[in-house]
Design a protein around this ligand. Structure first.
Ligand code: SF4
Length: 386
């Protein structure tokens, strides 16, 4: 019996080999039925990854679940939480004639206060999309008379390759390579959400009572650092993958824990995640980065929630090399991205959703980013939400 195996053994899905098996409709229905059987009270669960958000909305999983289960969408989209002022700093650097500005594709369309990287490229700036920060290091080697900058944005998942790029650049003695660093860390953001104060209006949707943690982040960092959080706030946290059956199993395990009054960390994504994580990657992160306070777009300053370059690598920080740290920016007053990412609101509850704010003319990053919650609702729900 499939469900018995799934309920008792989170590693059941490890025997699957092909992507379509993780999208099997019959198995999905069995999970839905199992969830219906165990849920007796309203629960609010937050997923912490934009990829998970898109799978949930794209496949209509939130609508298949019993009404008692409220899924809210956390700050798991790296582009969405990157402060506007940092994007403006990137734009200022990219306009320098000696600079080759490199980035993953997802940052190119993100609007700053006045323009975006693609527009700078269109008007003659040397902006290039790369598939790896190590490609940017190679560019620096090939162009010794130019300054090559990589836009290092993201969670713990993308931090190791960015750390490796800086480490390599130092080994190679490159003085024309740097990164604009905006790395953020998941556990402090979860703690901020659990401890956030809220208005009565905010509380209509219910406070977050359980989390689906992001499987890829935990592949790097493990899940040991979530255990004190689960203990302190008495919440279940289920490390979860990204396919529909992963998410259904993660939700099922979370609901079972909530109904049984259990807290702690469970690992649904055991085909990739170990408790200790990727130790060599963590060692590299400790060498190249140091933990610092970070601004999260829409949320504000979260203590100890990010990385900056550690002292031996500080020369590779682009913000100070190009003297752009003074740049500040003003967010749209209409955008409620912060409330959405803290689980107080859903995208369609924003007055600008689908009217003043669309993917073509985004007011906030959750609409422009391919992993943003507003973009997911717009792409898959706009006609239903009217
Ligand atoms: S719909 Fe647009 S303005 Fe509203 S929260 Fe989303 S990104 Fe911000």
């Amino acid at each position: 019996m499939v469900l018995d195996k799934m309920a008792k053994a989170p590693s059941y899905l490890t025997i699957m080999r092909f992507i379509d098996e993780y999208r099997n409709e019959a198995d999905a229905q069995k999970f839905i039925q199992a969830i219906q059987q165990v849920v007796t009270r309203p629960w609010t669960i937050m997923e912490i990854c934009g990829g998970q958000t898109h799978t949930l909305i794209k496949f209509g999983i939130d609508r298949l679940l019993p009404d008692k289960i409220n899924l809210v969408h956390g700050p798991g989209c790296p582009v969405c939480v990157t402060p506007l002022e940092l994007i403006d700093q990137a734009l200022a650097i990219a306009q320098q004639p000696e600079v080759i500005f490199t980035s993953f594709g997802d940052m190119l369309r993100v609007p700053g206060s006045e323009t975006d990287l693609l527009s700078i490229k269109a008007s003659g700036g040397d902006v290039r999309m790369v598939y790896s920060p190590l490609d940017a290091v190679k560019l620096a080697q090939k162009n010794p008379n130019r300054q090559v900058v990589f836009f290092a944005v993201g969670f713990e998942t993308t931090a190791p390759p960015n750390a490796m790029a800086v480490w390599q650049a130092k080994q190679l003695g490159l003085t024309n390579f740097s990164i604009l660093c905006s790395h953020v860390l998941v556990p402090p953001a979860m703690e901020s959400i659990l401890g956030a104060s809220s208005t009565e209006e905010d509380l209509e949707g219910g406070r977050v009572q359980g989390f689906l943690a992001a499987g890829h982040v935990c592949t790097v960092m493990g899940y040991w650092e979530y255990e004190p959080l689960a203990e302190k706030y008495q919440v279940p946290i289920v490390v979860t993958g990204f396919e529909p059956l992963d998410l259904l199993q993660g939700i099922y395990l979370t609901i079972v824990a909530l109904e049984e009054g259990r807290h702690g960390v469970e690992n649904q994504y055991s085909r990739s995640v170990r408790r200790e994580g990727n130790l060599p990657a963590q060692k590299l992160l400790q060498q190249v980065f140091t933990v610092c306070d970070r601004q999260w777009r829409g949320i504000g300053l979260i203590p100890n929630s990010g990385y900056r370059l550690s002292a031996p690598f500080a020369d590779f920080e682009a913000a100070s090399r190009f003297n752009v740290t003074h740049i500040t920016a003003q967010e749209s007053a209409l955008c409620i991205a912060g409330k959405i990412m803290q689980g107080f609101k859903k995208p369609h509850e924003c007055t600008a959703f689908g009217t003043l704010c669309t993917p073509e003319h985004p007011l906030g990053a959750p609409m422009v980013s391919s992993e943003g919650a507003c973009a997911a609702y717009y792409q898959y729900r706009i006609f239903d939400l009217g």
